[in-house]
Design a protein around this ligand. Structure first.
Ligand code: ADP
Ligand code: MG
Length: 261
């Protein structure tokens, strides 16, 4: 929505040119959202004994900042493979992959991990939280692996801001197993966001949740996207896939269809 500065009247009276620039800036922002992810003719072949499995057969995908994408399709169509390539957990067989214009198609394992830490936040079906440590320390974990080392006060600021985003600031001292499934998934989302990733990759976020908690987590993802977080989610659930702004349908290793809201 267009935010009108409090001194609008003054601007209007003094300089009509300035106001026309202000309004077009908002329009421009919509048009010029940057592509942060680009995949060109990406393929992935798995070789096991004598069998070749062509899991991805030429994926072309461009993701802009603030996109909310869902990927769905039948079992075996390549969803997990695509997500692990997007998340730099694996490298493609052929094709090109760029993050923020940087070619990341063919990196060493160590370099890939470095770029992954910087750009990717993961949320999995199983929340993968550590029950022995507090919510605060779970969310702080990715920051403690950062180089250069971050000060405790900087970590605290970032952890609390991230918990705030998922409306869980009131549970910093709890252990994950003292929380409901939906709350645990929100903590996992806070952990994924704490390093301010370029994109949040989400794999079946509601798979381990009942429908009430599943709905709450999906509402949270929608809210985060509205606040500017770029999301790419894999889901079997067509009701949830439809909540994304762009819905990709994967079939036999290619993007067969795309629907936009
Ligand atoms: P989905 O997540 O859509 O169910 P996957 O991406 O897991 O599909 O798998 C796509 C295809 O690639 C399937 O035929 C699967 O058996 C195969 N595949 C996935 N991972 C491997 C692997 N590590 N080694 C061999 N084949 C694999
Ligand atoms: Mg899968």
């Amino acid at each position: 929505m267009l935010k009108i500065p409090y001194n609008l009247e003054e601007i209007l009276m003094n300089s009509p040119q300035t106001i026309s620039m202000t309004t077009t800036t908002t329009e421009d922002q919509k048009v010029t959202l940057k592509p942060i992810i680009e995949m060109k003719d990406l393929t992935k072949v798995f070789y096991t004994q004598e069998i070749e499995t062509h899991a991805l057969r030429g994926v072309n995908l461009s993701i802009n900042e603030q996109d909310y994408i869902s990927i769905s399709g039948p079992s075996g169509c390549g969803k997990s493979t695509l997500l692990s390539l997007l998340g730099l957990l694996d490298s493609p067989t052929t094709g090109k992959y760029f993050i923020n214009g940087q070619d990341v198609s063919d990196l060493t394992v160590n370099h890939r991990a470095e770029i992954r830490n910087q750009h990717i936040g993961f949320v999995f079906q199983a929340f993968n939280l550590i029950d022995e440590i507090s919510v605060f320390d779970n969310v702080a974990l990715p920051l403690r692996y950062r180089e250069p080392i971050m000060s405790e006060s900087e970590i605290k600021t970032k952890v609390l801001a991230s918990l705030e985003k998922v409306e869980m600031s009131h549970r910093t001292g709890h252990k994950p197993n003292q929380l409901s499934g939906g709350q645990q998934q929100r903590i996992a989302i806070a952990r994924a966001l704490v390093g301010e990733p370029t994109i949040l990759l989400v794999d079946e976020p509601t798979g381990n949740l009942d429908s009430k908690n599943g709905d709450a987590v999906m509402d949270m993802l929608a809210k985060l996207n509205e606040s500017g977080v770029t999301i790419c989610m894999v889901t079997h659930d067509s009701r949830y896939a439809d909540m994304a702004k762009r819905q990709l349908h994967l079939l036999d290793g290619v993007i067969a269809d795309e629907f936009q809201q």
